[in-house]
Write a protein that binds this ligand. Sequence first.
Ligand code: CTP
Length: 426
Amino acid sequence: MRVVLGVGGGIAAYKACALLRRFAESGHEVTVVPTRAALQFVGETTWAALSGRPVARDVWHDAHEVPHVRLGQQADLVVVAPATADLLAKAAHGLADDLLTNVLLTARCPVLLAPAMHTEMWTHPATVANVALLRDRGVHVLDPVSGRLTGADSGPGRLPEPGDIHTAAMAAVQDRADALAEPTAEMGLRGLRVLVTAGGTREPLDPVRFLGNRSSGKQGYALAQVAAQRGAEVRLVCAHTSLPDPPGVQVQRVETAREMQHAVQAAVAEADVVVMAAAVADFRPAQVAEAKIKKTHHPGQQDEEAQTAEQADDARTLRLVRNPDILAGLVQARGANTSPLLVGFAAETGDEDGDVLHHARAKLDRKGCDLLVANEVGTDLTFGHDESTVHLLRPDTDAVRTVGPATKHATAAAVWDTVREILGTL
Ligand code: CTP
């Protein structure tokens, strides 16, 4: 594999030497592209000796070989460690004023950035926005780890350990290979009609306010996208998300749980598989005010204490009513039939009553679906924001398939593999 190792100008540049050794020792051809500032920390001779190759320093060297285009185009993987705040900003905005930033613009392979900087720089809104932009574009940006920084301060900003960067980089390459792989006949979904829900429902309170949740919709989108790539006819019913429509998928946007229920009910007759990846609100406000609720407005009956507090404008009670459980409705409507195959999602944490798997198994029994994808939340098992660990549970076996930490695409691929397997047993 051809690896470009970009090195930014930070004290953690010395750790990139250990990362370089890992790539080189596992047989990869590594070209080091240090920025001018990086060479202040670790010299060209060190990079050349460790990589066994000349160091690519600037756009004007060997200009006849057009290195600013060639290096990026030919790379199978680009890793930047450490990625400074300046490099993140340049990468996010497409600036190309040196060789490394040119490589980032020309690379079409997986790109992994491992930031390291002072905590203030990492948490600055500009850096936060740049990282979000890069991640949205599919660039893998690791979170720095917490610990001692240069000088006396400590906090999030340290470069992750070289071994962890190496593992994440190899996972990014594997994900890309999985996404591009031609599905085998048994894993393909040609001829299958699938209905996927995604995003978080929003339940209005008045014309300007709603109750919502933090669901990004990314997992549902990945499921729709992978199914379409594998040849399925895909319909996506989507509550709130800021993602653009995935290509080759018929998208219907909805807002509330009840709108989602109507859309799902209207489409379910045409579906062989339904995947409920949406975060559906279990409750909605009992009343939706027609005009904006004012601070001095006192709707509904409250208990005495609440009433007194409300009269002092210090409290407000919101009455909620139950939303329909869409998945439970699908299970009920299907009755004794085996079609459509129903997949549920569950965000679970362990507690004193049992671990994630215990709660997931109970939910699978309660919901009565054919596959439950249990998302382990509230742990630090994930490596970077876009990766998570899920457990796939089926009612016909005690065996559990655990996937991850993996990207949403890799998780989606595993879910469809399992759906195909279940369909094969019906
Ligand atoms: N779901 C649904 N309709 C709802 C709520 C949830 O169809 N009103 C679906 C979700 O899309 C998901 C699954 O049901 O596929 C699990 O949702 P969750 O809210 O985690 O399950 P609950 O049974 O509500 O359990 P909990 O008590 O943990 O909230």
